[in-house]
Design a binder for this molecule. Structure first.
Ligand code: C2E
Ligand code: MG
Ligand code: MG
Ligand code: MG
Length: 288
C-alpha cells in the first residue's frame, strides 16, 4: 500500500545526506524562533572550593528550554549555531544572563564567580573582548567575578592570536580558564607565556580514575604539578565519586565540579542553593 511506496520514493529523492541537511535547516529555523522567544537559557553548575568546602563559583551551561518544557543540550545545538552564524546571538544571551544573575547574587550578599564557555567562532571575532567587557559593565558585575572558559584546542590553534584576544580581558580583571585540558596538543612554551589563571582537567581523565586506569591517574597528577609550577589554579570536572575528590585534593587541586555536587540547574534553583548554604552558615555561627 501507500505506506510501503512512500518510503521508497523518499529514498530516491532524498538520499541520507539531504535528509541530514533538511534536519539541520529545520533545526536552524526553529533556533531562530527560539532565540527571539528567549528559550536559550543559562543553567548553573556549582563549583566547590576545596579550601572551604563551599560553593563559591559556578559554570553557566546553555540549555534550550522548549515551550513543551523539554530541555535540549548544547551538544545538539552549539554545532548548528556555529555553522549557521547564530552562535553570536546565542552566546550573547548566555553571557548576559550569566553576568546579570551573578551580579544579583553578589548584591544579595552571596558573591559567586561565574564561568562562561567561549566558542571557537566568538574567539576568532575582532570585537570579542569589547563585547564581553560591555556586558560585564552593563550588568554591574565585578570583572574578577567572571571567568571565561576557552578550550585547549582553540587556544593552541593559534597561541599568538589567543594572547591578543585575552590580554585586554586579563587587564580588566576577568579570569581566564583553559577548558578540556589534556585533550588537545598544548605547547608548554605557549602555555607558560599565556596569562591563564585556571586549568580545567578534562572529565575523561577523572572518569578514568574510576576504572583504576594508572595512565589517567598519572596524567591528572602531571597536570596538577604543571599548574602548581605555572602558578595556576586547577578545576577537576566530571567528579562523580568521593574518592576522586580525595585523589585530586591530596594533589593540590583547588576546585571540583561534577554530579557528586550537582548538575546544572536553573538560575532560581541555583540561587536557592546559595541561600540555603548561607542559611546553614548563620546557623553554624549561632551555634558557636
Ligand atoms: P564543558 O564546558 O566541558 O562543560 C562540561 C559538561 O560536562 C557539561 O555538559 C556538564 O553538564 C557536564 N558534566 C558536569 N559534571 C559532570 C559529571 O559529573 N558527569 C558527567 N557525565 N557530565 C558532567 P553540557 O552542559 O552538556 O555541555 C557540553 C559542552 O557544550 C560544554 O562542555 C561546552 O563545551 C559546550 N557549551 C555549553 N554551554 C555553552 C555555551 O553557553 N557556549 C558555548 N560556546 N559552549 C557551551
Ligand atoms: Mg566549560
Ligand atoms: Mg570542560
Ligand atoms: Mg567538554
Amino acid at each position: 500500500g501507500a505506506a510501503q511506496t512512500a518510503p521508497a520514493r523518499l529514498k530516491v529523492f532524498t538520499p541520507s545526506l539531504d535528509r541530514e541537511a533538511v534536519a539541520r535547516i529545520t533545526l536552524e529555523r526553529e533556533m531562530r524562533g527560539a532565540l527571539e522567544r528567549n528559550e536559550f537559557r543559562a543553567y548553573f553548575q556549582p563549583k566547590i572550593n576545596l579550601a572551604t568546602g563551599r560553593i563559591e563559583a559556578c559554570e553557566a551551561l546553555a540549555r534550550w528550554i522548549r515551550p513543551d518544557r523539554t530541555i535540549i543540550s548544547p551538544g545538539r545545538f552549539i554545532p548548528v549555531a556555529e555553522e549557521s552564524g547564530l552562535i553570536g546571538a546565542l552566546s550573547d544571551a548566555i553571557m548576559r544572563e550569566a553576568c546579570w544573575k551573578a551580579a544579583s547574587w553578589a548584591r544579595a550578599g552571596r558573591p559567586t564567580n561565574v564561568a562562561v564557555n567561549v566558542s571557537a567562532l566568538q574567539f576568532r571575532g575582532d570585537k570579542f573582548a569589547d563585547q564581553v567587557l560591555r556586558i560585564v559593565q552593563h550588568a554591574g558585575l565585578a570583572p574578577s567575578q567572571l571567568e571565561l572558559e576557552i578550550t585547549e584546542s582553540v587556544v593552541m590553534e593559534d597561541p599568538d592570536r589567543a594572547l591578543h584576544v585575552i590580554r585586554p580581558l586579563k587587564e580588566a580583571g576577568v579570569r581566564l580558564a583553559i577548558d578540556d585540558f589534556g585533550c588537545g596538543h598544548s605547547s608548554l612554551a605557549a602555555l607558560s607565556k599565556l596569562p591563564f589563571d585556571v586549568i580545567k582537567i578534562d572529565q575523561q581523565f577523572i572518569r578514568a580514575l574510576e576504572r583504576g586506569d594508572p595512565q589517567s591517574a598519572a596524567i591528572v597528577e602531571m597536570i596538577l604539578a604543571l599548574a602548581r609550577t605555572l602558578n595556576m589554579e586547577v578545576v577537576a570536572e566530571g567528579v562523580e565519586r568521593r574518592e576522586d575528590v580525595d585523589f585530586v585534593a591530596a594533589r593540590g587541586c583547588h576546585w571540583v565540579q561534577g554530579f557528586l555536587f550537582g548538575a546544572a540547574v536553573s538560575a532560581p534553583e541555583f540561587g536557592e542553593m546559595l541561600r540555603r548554604q548561607a542559611g546553614e552558615e548563620i546557623e553554624a555561627e549561632d551555634a558557636a
